[in-house]
Design a protein around this ligand. Structure first.
Ligand SMILES: [Zn+2]
Length: 310
């Protein structure tokens, strides 16, 4: 007799589709948010996935989770050269200096800093120039080679959870625009808490998937009679696979003994790239207006926090 039992995972369209529980609550998601990608995308980007929400903390993620069958290089390897092409390097350096000033103020001194996901190395280079003792984590060989060459500092070349870093050895860990890309955010925050010294800080920022920008986008899809959502991008750039909100991020940090000392939810730049055509223009203008409106409450598009290890 053929078993009709649902398999834990299958391979389709270049992805391993794996049943996904909430990694913070270890529970199956309870609310369907909408479908995303492929036939459920305005430009048909990626492969269609179902986005679900955890009833325990509000974290959102695809279920099943599409994991690139060819490894992470399938998403990031081919993009290594142009992934940061649209980033303004001067802006990033200004942002890095502001961030380092906050780190020094919170810590009361400079110290040992770990930058996770160094990319082209703007944060790391600014930290070295400012007198911090730095190391980086960068699984992409292309970026790691580049940054090790220009900085002369140690770059760990695997996922943070696999790096053999001495526990309680860093004062500051930077995880900027990274957590939403990772397939096990719980394990990553656990590891960060482990490598931080007591009293040290992790700075992290993530998109706020419960922000007005996403709420309005989802209502807009609903009004057009679609079951689509505008949250996450599990199978197309920028490859966001887990979606946080103030509630889920606070719960994740608390779980690992990290206490937010600075907490900001803010508008930030629109996540929607301007695309051609009237509809693209209308959507882009709408999203900019929402960005300005959503500075109220915790409805902003981004969350940034400095959380201290107890
Ligand atoms: Zn949860």
């Amino acid at each position: 007799m053929v078993s009709m039992e649902r398999t834990a995972s299958e391979v389709r369209d270049g992805y391993i589709w794996k049943e996904q529980d909430c990694p913070i609550c270890n529970a199956a998601p309870t609310r369907f948010v909408g479908s995303r990608g492929g036939a459920s995308h305005r430009e048909g980007l990626g492969v269609e996935a179902e986005i679900w929400e955890c009833g325990g903390c509000g974290l959102i993620f695809p279920n099943p989770m599409p994991i690139p069958a060819g490894g992470l290089g399938q998403h990031y390897g081919m993009e290594a050269d142009d992934y940061f092409a649209h980033h303004d390097v001067d802006n990033r350096t200004d942002g890095a200096n502001e961030m380092l000033a906050t780190a020094e103020k919170l810590l009361g001194r400079k110290g040992k800093l770990l930058d996770i996901g160094v990319g082209r190395g703007e944060n790391l280079m600014a930290a070295i120039a400012a007198g911090w003792d730095c190391e980086g984590v960068e699984p992409s060989e292309t970026f790691a080679d580049h940054v090790e060459r220009i900085s002369g500092t140690k770059i760990w070349r695997s996922a943070i959870e696999d790096c053999d870093i001495e526990p309680s050895s860093f004062d500051i860990v930077i995880l900027s625009a990274v957590l939403e890309h990772l397939y096990d955010p719980d394990l990553v925050i656990k590891k960060i808490a482990e490598v931080l010294r007591p009293g040290g800080f992790v700075m992290l920022d993530v998109p706020n998937e419960k922000g007005l920008f996403f709420k309005a986008g989802n209502l807009y899809q609903k009004a057009r009679g679609r079951r689509w959502c505008v949250n996450l991008a599990p199978t197309f750039s920028p490859f966001h696979v887990f979606g946080f909100s103030p509630r889920s991020l606070r719960k994740l940090l608390a779980k690992h003994g990290l206490e937010p000392k600075v907490w900001e939810v803010f508008g930030g730049t629109s996540l929607v790239p301007s695309s051609g055509g009237l509809m693209g223009k209308v959507e882009s203008l709408g999203s900019k207006a929402i960005t300005r409106l959503s500075d109220l409450g915790e409805m902003g598009t981004y969350i940034q926090t400095w959380a201290q290890k107890k």
